[in-house]
Design a protein around this ligand. Structure first.
Ligand SMILES: NC(=O)c1ccc[n+]([C@@H]2O[C@H](COP(=O)([O-])OP(=O)(O)OC[C@H]3O[C@@H](n4cnc5c(N)ncnc54)[C@H](O)[C@@H]3O)[C@@H](O)[C@H]2O)c1
Length: 432
């Protein structure tokens, strides 16, 4: 099929590359000319494992092209995906200006029947708004479909190629049938294609992210209680996770969730529930707990040192999670701000997010070439992101480099007994 994907960020680029990989002819559109120039030269503006190779292959086989010219992209395509950002607006709601602008421009460019698919995460009622915008701008027939994306950054290709499910919200059979055809190759392993109305499809994505955020905040609260009563959250988690009604996913305590989705989607769901006079009390708490948890390590550092003034802190990990360079809403950000406000200096290392960190913090912090150089002369090491390379480091080398052998571990990477046997003071989350 001929497809246009408007918005070439994490979702649009992955969707475009994966759709091309299955034989479709895809044009990725973005309004950012620098991004498109980069993509046309075969370079990838983000870090996502496997994406560069996928883009390169499909580009060279001429199934994947890039342009800033939305009109041309739309005219040649049967299906147009909207995959632009829906950031948090001033009042906490999802800002739909980019989605509606693309809907309007798409409508103006239409020449024959098209399926307009909303892949961005949008509140209930957006499909109806898109339909209204398009109807105002064109007399050509069209279908509007809601197709929320569930991929995880860091495993985005795998998630898109082998989804747990594909959700398609459609109000007419023509659009639904084309979407089922498009997704058939991605669901050969038996994953269901779930057809439903647009409102339910739109809500699915928020409900799923809200549930995952709730599990994280819940377990972070359990970890904090463990610290108060002298229990070990590792043991508690294992026992809880063994219950088949609960299962093991998303039960690891840490220093809060971040990224471009959970914080924004929790806020948006709270907001659109409130607009219908519904107070989503659990989500209110999930958000408050997460904000507090992001500062948990800072509090522990203050307790340990009294004052942070003049302390040199080594930081391992800046991205909001491993296998991405994304620092949107990352716990590292308020932590660094708190350390700097307390008078500490920060020497940071992340395998992928250094460039992004430089754009955020400039010369306010310093950047290490590798994980070990970050430690030289530091008063403590703080672990923020659970990159694999931090899991089995050379502890003897670390001890030599650090001024004080203290580790604050926000991701519970090490066995407390073993690391203490290496001569470290070790402070983690929810464990004695
Ligand atoms: N990042 C994720 O893991 C993820 C997962 C599932 C769903 N989502 C949702 O998908 C949507 C996109 O997220 P993202 O992370 O890919 O965003 P992003 O910020 O990485 O990319 C959005 C892109 O859209 C482009 N854009 C904005 N307005 C445009 C316009 N009028 N015309 C053409 N291009 C335009 C921007 O230049 C940018 O490149 C959001 O609603 C998000 O909530 C994201």
């Amino acid at each position: 099929m001929k497809i246009a994907v408007v918005g070439s960020g994490y979702v649009g680029l992955v969707a475009g590359a994966c759709l091309a990989e299955n034989g479709n002819e895809v044009v990725c559109v973005d309004k950012d000319p620098a991004k498109i120039r980069l993509l046309q030269r075969g370079k990838i503006p983000i870090y996502e494992p496997g994406l560069e190779e996928l883009v390169r292959r499909n580009r060279s086989e001429k199934r994947l092209t890039f342009t800033t010219a939305l009109e041309r992209g739309v005219r040649n395509a049967q299906i147009i995906f909207i995959a632009v950002g829906t950031p948090t607006g001033e009042d906490g709601s999802a800002d739909l200006q980019h989605v509606l602008a693309v809907a309007r421009d798409t409508a103006r460019a239409m020449n024959v029947y098209k399926v307009i698919v909303n892949k961005s995460t949008v509140p209930v009622g957006t499909a109806a708004k898109v339909r209204d915008v398009v109807r105002r701008e064109t007399t050509h027939p069209f279908s509007v479909v809601s197709n929320p994306e569930f991929l995880k950054q860091g495993a985005a290709i795998e998630d898109f190629m082998k989804p747990d499910r594909v959700v398609i919200g459609a109000e007419d059979p023509r659009g639904a049938e084309l979407m089922k055809e498009l997704y058939a190759p991605f669901t050969r392993t038996g994953a269901p294609i779930m057809l439903m109305d647009c409102a339910s499809a739109e809500l699915c994505k928020y409900a799923a992210n809200a549930m995952l955020a709730t599990r994280i905040s819940f377990m972070n609260e359990v970890a904090n209680v463990c610290e108060s009563v002298g229990a070990d959250v590792d043991q508690v988690r294992r026992a809880v996770a063994a219950d088949r009604r609960i299962g093991p996913s998303f039960l690891f305590p840490g220093i809060g969730y971040g990224g471009s989705c959970f914080p924004k989607d929790v806020k948006a769901m709270l907001r659109f529930a409130a607009e219908k006079s519904y107070k989503f009390a659990i989500l209110d708490a999930v958000e408050a707990v997460n904000d507090r948890q992001k500062l948990r390590l800072l509090t522990k550092l203050q307790t340990q040192f009294g004052s942070l003034k003049g302390k040199q802190i080594a930081l391992w990990g800046l991205a909001f999670k491993p296998r991405t360079d994304d620092m949107r809403e990352a716990p590292s950000v308020p932590l660094i701000q708190g350390l700097l406000a307390g008078g500490a200096s920060v020497h940071a290392y992340d395998p992928e997010a250094m460039k992004v960190a430089r754009s955020l913090f400039g010369s306010k912090i310093s950047y290490a070439d590798n994980s070990y150089t970050a430690l030289t002369g530091a008063d403590a090491l703080v672990i923020v992101t659970e990159w694999n390379e931090f899991r089995e480091p050379d502890f003897a080398r670390m001890r030599k480099l650090l001024r004080n052998p203290i580790i604050f571990d926000g991701r519970n990477l090490y066995n407390p007994e073993q690391i203490r046997a290496h001569g470290f003071t070790y402070i983690s989350i929810g464990r004695p």
